[in-house]
Write a protein that binds this ligand. Structure first.
Ligand code: CMC
Length: 431
């Protein structure tokens, strides 16, 4: 590797420090500042990690300027078109596309872990019926560490593998049961004779009194939604999982932390917030009013489903999602869906507006996903849980990579302290 060849020079108080520049296989060079404090006695300052690489990774690459996303080198649009979710899970987790025998083995391992410990039902029943499904997911996934003791030792490679398979397999059951609980319907057990996406739809929408046939169009669309959300390198929830796990915490606790982070409206919660915004806009004639609000510095309102920290171009996932929304709504015979019409017109007007052009704000993955999910029959509160089901594989793959990394250290950022300096305690009667 040519890692050590380039150096960056940093001058502080007339003294020059040389910092190695590391070359990635793709993307910008990275200045290695690991020895900066021990040699120069200074920290760097980067709230929000806008210019900081927090780890070395081989899983996902994003070119934000070009609007490209690749998993292990394969572009997302090819994976969305030609592959399917469990194959993408294998690719993310093990680094290569599987052979037919490897895929069959992997699918069978996942399928055989989809049931939850029967006792976990009582855990669900402890929540209020009006609990947000994300609140239930944070609690139930964290509680998995109390149910699956034999896969919590992160130093044991086999236990890590079992925990990974359990999480991929059980997450759809947990999300579906959170939904069933919220609508007061009986839990539907997973079935091993149908595929991952169909199984999830069945667990959400079947009832014991009727036969339930999964619509293959919806199943394909569901699988594509899972695939498009599978991983996105060091985003907030993935970084949360990595940071939580850097202390040696068990995988279920770490993934629960990732789910909690994903819930926020700036991250995974944006799909729910976006559909609610589109409904609030209601008709295309109200779009200019909302665009004006998004541009107003004194109004905290933002166009949900627009903008991204990394993409300064179209989010490639949004392109596939838009096409999928058109297909699904057409196949379901609801192509004149008013929310889709508002979304398309909002996208058109925002992209033609200099504010959004100058700031390079484009639709992101959350802009069209809610329209598809709503057409499938999901309430908005289930949008972010579905994101969590999809992103579980990304969290696990990044977690697995991190634990196997010999450079792994506990995550412990520094700070720019601007508080009071040393002073003596003042007794309460003297304040
Ligand atoms: N509507 C209006 N203005 C916006 C928007 C928006 N959606 N997003 C960013 N801006 C403006 C922002 O006001 C700022 O303007 P100025 O430079 O004048 O202060 C500028 O663009 C840069 O914004 P930022 O907040 O500094 O950028 P960021 O990289 O920290 O934030 C973001 C990225 C995704 C949090 C932000 O674009 C946002 O809040 N978008 C809406 C929420 C959303 O759709 N989130 C989903 C992200 S994709 C899926 C996921 O990650 O889970």
């Amino acid at each position: 590797m040519s890692d050590e060849k380039k150096v960056a020079k940093l001058e502080i108080d007339g003294k020059t420090y040389e910092l190695p520049v590391l070359s990635p296989t793709a993307g910008p060079d990275v200045i290695d500042i690991r020895k900066l404090y021990s040699t120069a006695g200074v920290f760097t300052y980067d709230p929000g990690f806008t210019s900081t690489a927090s780890c070395e990774s081989t899983i996902t690459f994003i070119d934000g300027d070009k609007g490209e996303l690749q998993h292990r080198g394969y572009p997302i649009d090819q994976l969305a078109e030609k592959s399917h979710f469990l194959e993408v899970c294998y690719l993310l987790l093990y680094g290569e596309l599987p052979t037919p025998a490897q895929l069959e083995d992997f699918e069978s391992r996942v399928t055989n872990h989809t049931m939850l410990h029967e006792q976990m039902q009582y855990f669900f029943r402890g929540f209020r019926r009006d609990a947000h499904p994300m609140a239930i997911m944070v609690g139930v996934v964290g509680a998995m560490s109390a149910f699956y003791h034999d896969s919590t030792d992160v130093r044991d490679e086999w236990q890590r593998e079992v925990a990974s398979i359990r999480l991929i397999a059980k997450m759809p059951t947990i999300a579906a049961w959170a939904y069933k609980y919220s609508v007061g319907q009986p839990f539907i057990y997973p079935r091993n004779d149908i595929d991952y996406a169909s199984n999830f739809l069945r667990m959400c929408f079947a009832v014991p009194t009727d036969d339930y046939q999964v619509n293959p169009i919806l199943s394909r669309a569901m699988d594509r939604i899972f695939t498009l959300h599978a991983d996105h390198e060091q985003n907030a929830s993935t970084s949360t999982v990595r940071l939580a796990s850097s202390s040696g915490a068990n995988p279920f606790a770490c993934i629960a932390a990732g789910i909690a982070c994903l819930w926020g409206p700036a991250h995974g919660g944006a799909n729910q917030a976006c559909l609610e915004m589109l409904r609030e806009i209601g008709t295309p004639d109200r779009i200019p009013e909302f665009i004006a609000r998004a541009k107003d510095k004194d109004d905290p309102f933002r166009l949900m489903g627009f903008g991204h920290r990394v993409y300064r171009n179209f989010d490639p996932r949004a392109k596939v999602m838009k096409q999928s929304a058109d297909e699904v709504l057409e196949l379901l015979g609801i192509e004149d869906n008013p929310t889709l019409q508002v979304a398309k017109e909002l996208e058109r007007q925002a992209l033609a507006d200099p504010y959004f052009a100058e700031k390079k704000l484009f639709p992101n993955v959350d802009f069209y996903s809610g329209i598809i999910l709503e057409a499938m029959g999901f309430p908005t509160s289930m949008f972010t849980p579905i994101f969590a089901v999809s992103r579980t594989i990304g969290w696990i793959s990044q977690w697995k990579e991190m634990i196997a990394d010999p450079q792994m250290k506990i995550g412990r950022p520094r700070q720019l302290y601007r508080g009071a300096t040393l002073r003596d305690y003042v007794d309460i009667d003297k304040r």
